[in-house]
Ligand binder design. Structure first.
Ligand code: PNS
Length: 157
């Protein structure tokens, strides 16, 4: 089975993430969306809430599975028989750090990283900006799934 992982913080999942996940699901037998458990980083939603939202918004994709992990992504890959990581690239500014991580992951464990160009509709989108805009009363409908919009409003307003 050809399996790929889409790792991230997903605090919360946006339509940009979902676009990458859906496109990867057309190329691979299975996409594992893996939420990083990072106790040193402050988050708006708990890991379990993020997993729950991801499960809800990917429910229509039968070959997408949602999981969480701590530690190195390459260890998660090894444990789940995954040979590649898929990442969305929004702009050149994403590239430097992504390239570093991709090369480190390949050098540590031979895990490949595949970069997918972000849909231009979502090129400016990030979870952090979404949270900031909602916090100050802005409208992000169309940028996050409806279920996420609902949770953001409950949490931030
Ligand atoms: O959504 P994010 O926060 O940009 O995702 C970053 C993530 C989770 C993909 C990256 O930080 C990661 O893979 N972390 C796991 C720890 C790890 O493997 N670090 C070494 C990377 S070379």
């Amino acid at each position: 089975m050809r399996r790929v992982v889409s790792p991230g913080s997903f605090d919360p999942v946006t339509n940009g993430h979902l676009d990458i996940i859906a496109r990867a699901a057309r190329l691979y037998d299975e996409v594992v969306v893996a939420v990083l458990i990072n106790i040193s980083k402050q988050s708006l939603f708990t890991v379990d809430e993020r997993v729950e939202m991801l499960k809800e918004v990917t429910a229509d994709y039968p070959n997408v599975r949602v999981d969480k992990f701590h530690g190195l992504i390459v260890d998660f890959c090894r444990a789940n028989d995954i040979s590649a990581i898929v990442k969305g690239l929004r702009a050149v500014s994403d590239f430097d750090y992504e390239l570093q991580m991709a090369q480190m992951n390949y050098s540590m464990a031979g895990v490949e990283t595949l970069f997918m160009t972000t849909n231009p509709l979502y090129a400016f989108l990030s979870s952090s900006l979404v949270k900031e805009v909602v916090e100050y009363g802005g409208d992000v409908s169309g940028l996050v799934p409806a279920a996420v919009l609902q949770r953001l409003s409950e949490r931030l307003r």
